[in-house]
Design a protein around this ligand. Structure first.
Ligand code: GAR
Length: 263
């Protein structure tokens, strides 16, 4: 079977990236890492990638955001950018949230995402994995990578048992809430925050003597197993996204993409 080509986006230490690279090299994932991109020039994961001869690039989100604050007119937006279209599709913010703030967010993120996409051109890929990438992606990037919504190909790992505790500090939120179980989730990306179709989850007990530090340690060790396993299911063509009608307790109906794992 042909190896899948995997691109990764990271922001920090890159221990998940390392687990994925190791799994590719050991043959546990039938794939190869073809690029690693980061929003953070200082991400240690870039060094990990270079140690394995993987091409890397950086799009400095912080610099783009700072420059837009100073001179918004200078921000380079792609020719196919349509603010209203993206605003209507995204579900990161409620539609009634301050339109000026939303516009600032969407313009700066799309400028950065356009640069990501330009860097990714030339590295053909089958799957993008977010491995500790601490930026929300807008529909602009998602639609360019996923032209077919029924065949998503951007995966994320989140440090909580979704849909509980989306956001930037999953283990911290789980611990402070007093949960007796923590966990991690691998899911496909959709237009919301950590709200896409769930592929796999792992859990661990949180004991009275646990600190936040060892909750994070227990969680990360499970992440390093779960993420490669989910990527291998993708490589084997075993992940099907099925639009499924859901009836809510109040009688309202909606449709959600649900991942079915084929035998
Ligand atoms: C991991 O715990 C991952 O689940 C989390 O960041 C950490 C990255 O560690 N991701 C998120 O919170 C995404 N919202 P790593 O850089 O060592 O892989």
């Amino acid at each position: 079977m042909k190896k899948i080509r995997i691109g990764a986006l990271i922001s920090g230490s890159g221990s998940n990236l390392q687990a994925i690279i190791n799994a590719c090299e050991a043959g546990h994932i039938n794939g190869e890492m073809v690029f690693v991109g980061s929003d953070n020039p200082a991400a240690y994961g870039l060094v990990r990638a270079q140690n394995h001869g993987i091409p890397v690039f950086v799009v400095d989100y912080g610099a783009i955001i700072r420059s837009h604050k100073l001179e918004p007119g200078k921000t380079r937006l792609p020719a196919d950018f349509c603010l209203e279209g993206i605003r209507a599709r995204q579900t990161l913010f409620a539609q009634e949230v301050d339109p000026v703030k939303t516009e600032f967010f969407l313009k700066t993120r799309v400028a950065a995402e356009d640069a990501l996409l330009q860097n990714m051109t030339g590295h053909a890929f089958d799957l993008v994995v977010l491995a500790g990438f601490m930026r929300n992606l807008t529909p602009y990037f998602i639609d360019h990578v996923n032209p077919d919504p029924l065949r998503p190909r951007i995966m994320n790992i989140h440090p909580a048992l979704l849909p509980a505790f989306p956001g930037v500090d999953g283990y911290g939120d789980t611990f402070r809430y007093g949960c007796k179980v923590g966990g991690c989730t691998v899911h496909f990306i959709d237009y919301g925050e950590d709200s896409g179709p769930i592929i796999g989850q792992r859990s661990f007990p949180i004991c009275p003597e646990d600190t936040l530090e060892n909750v994070k340690k227990k969680g990360l060790e499970l992440e390093w197993q779960l993420y490669p396993e989910c990527i291998q299911l993708f490589a084997e063509g075993r992940l099907a996204c099925v639009p499924t009608e859901i009836t809510h307790p109040d009688g309202r109906k909606s449709t959600r993409l649900i991942v079915k794992i084929k035998a």
